[in-house]
Design a protein around this ligand. Structure first.
Ligand code: XMP
Length: 395
């Protein structure tokens, strides 16, 4: 397809095509795949057995562009502004005069979905922010200020931190933490939605990767490494129709749409944050004191990352409160306090990740500030595990 003789591509050799369909000829082979690229020029049909869409296929995007522009005859007039107008029209058509509720977490996806839907139907939308008390420092306030203050969106803020902490008391297993938080989240959300009454639609910030991941090609079960909680199961439980305006977009496109909608950069460019929040960054039992301690460490770390201009070069950075006490020396005295770990990774989709290579000067500065400014922490470590074999979060 107009490229050189040899190409590096990303291909799974688990599946293999063994027979050429009638009319096709072989264009490229690999060691494991006799039909890596096939073509039927007469009918202008082409097939590839590798993944042109991933970064591990360096010329994949060029190949796709060649196909769409030179073979399929597309001209590439799609713009984000056009998409926004089209989606607004589609939402109006779907919802009519109905009422929509939307779970807002402060993350990029739900924020962009909420603002877009609000542009389409105004006060027919109400957002519900279930505050589980496991957010980062200042983020709950920021969500409220942005959506009520700046966008004038109807927002119910339910501070459920007491309930979450009570139910999580004594829970140390990461999966039980996730399940407990997921269950409570759904219960509280449902309670607030019932109070509002009369909504026929539930809005979700589902992205294209979520759509793909929910389809199993083999139909077989895949191993659950971590169960992720979103508003799982809510639409069925509440008998509501879904409004999912982002389901054809990838994360970077959602960010572009957010900018198109004038959503502040602190939200649009925000690192991913897990649904269960800081609960899965505190191995062991969770208490309010531990959450407060972790918030302090985390905010010093992020402040330094932003000050160094590194925030956008990193996929995700955060601190973990370790369930370990260590001996230290401060001034003339001995300390016996907790240790923390810092993590920062680069990634394109969170499926694999590399450790961010900070220079030692930066790490020294952060560690110095944490130990000096956060009472209760006397040791700082930097996590140098890539994914795989590690996961991004510690739990
Ligand atoms: P892991 O730790 O599995 O994380 O390498 C990959 C990405 O997913 C996020 N993550 C979660 N997100 N609920 C979520 O909504 C969860 O339970 C959860 N666990 C991990 C993680 O922050 C990273 O971006």
């Amino acid at each position: 397809m107009g490229r050189g003789n040899r190409e590096q591509v990303w291909m799974s050799h688990g599946d293999r095509v063994t027979e050429l369909p009638p009319g096709f000829r072989i264009v490229a082979v690999s060691e494991g795949a006799p039909f890596a690229v096939i073509a039927d020029e007469g009918r202008r049909l082409y097939g590839v057995q590798f993944h042109p869409e991933v970064v591990h296929t360096p010329h994949g995007a060029a190949l796709l562009r060649n196909f769409t522009h030179n073979v399929a005859g597309c001209s590439g007039t799609w713009t984000m502004a056009g998409f926004r107008d089209m989606e607004i029209a589609r939402i109006r058509e779907q919802v009519g005069t109905g009422k929509v509720i939307c779970g807002l977490s402060g993350g990029v996806d739900s924020s962009v979905a909420a603002v877009l839907i609000h542009e389409a139907i105004g006060d027919q939308l109400t957002c519900i922010f279930v505050d589980h008390g496991m957010m980062r420092a200042g983020e709950a306030e920021e969500v409220i200020e942005t959506f009520r203050g700046r966008f004038n969106i109807r927002l119910v803020h339910r501070d459920a931190s007491e309930l979450f902490l009570r139910e999580l008391d004594g829970v140390t297993d990461p999966e039980i933490k996730r399940k407990t938080i997921g269950r409570l989240f759904v219960e509280v959300f449902e309670e607030e939605a019932t109070k509002l009454g009369g909504a026929q639609f539930l809005a979700q910030g589902t992205l294209y990767p979520d759509v793909i991941e929910s389809v199993s090609f083999t139909g077989g079960p895949s191993v659950t490494i971590k169960s992720h909680h979103n508003v799982g199961g809510l639409p069925e439980r509440m008998n509501m129709q879904l409004v999912e305006p982002l389901r054809e977009l990838f994360k970077d496109e959602v960010r572009d749409l957010g900018r198109e909608l004038d959503i502040p950069e602190v939200i649009v460019g925000r690192h991913p944050f897990p649904g269960p929040g800081l609960a899965i960054r505190i191995p062991g039992n969770i208490t309010r004191e531990k959450l407060d301690l972790l918030r302090k460490v985390d905010s010093v770390y992020l402040e330094e990352i932003r000050a160094a201009g590194l925030y956008d070069a990193i996929w995700q950075a955060f601190a973990v409160l370790l369930p370990v006490r260590t001996v230290g020396v401060m001034g003339d005295g001995r300390t016996y306090d907790q240790a923390c770990a810092l993590r920062a990774v680069t990634s394109t989709d969170g499926m694999t990740a590399d450790v961010y290579p900070f220079d030692m000067g930066f790490l020294n500065r952060v560690a110095g500030r944490i130990v000096n400014e956060v009472r209760g922490i006397n040791r700082v470590t930097y996590d140098i595990t890539s994914k795989p074999p590690g996961t991004i979060e510690w739990e």
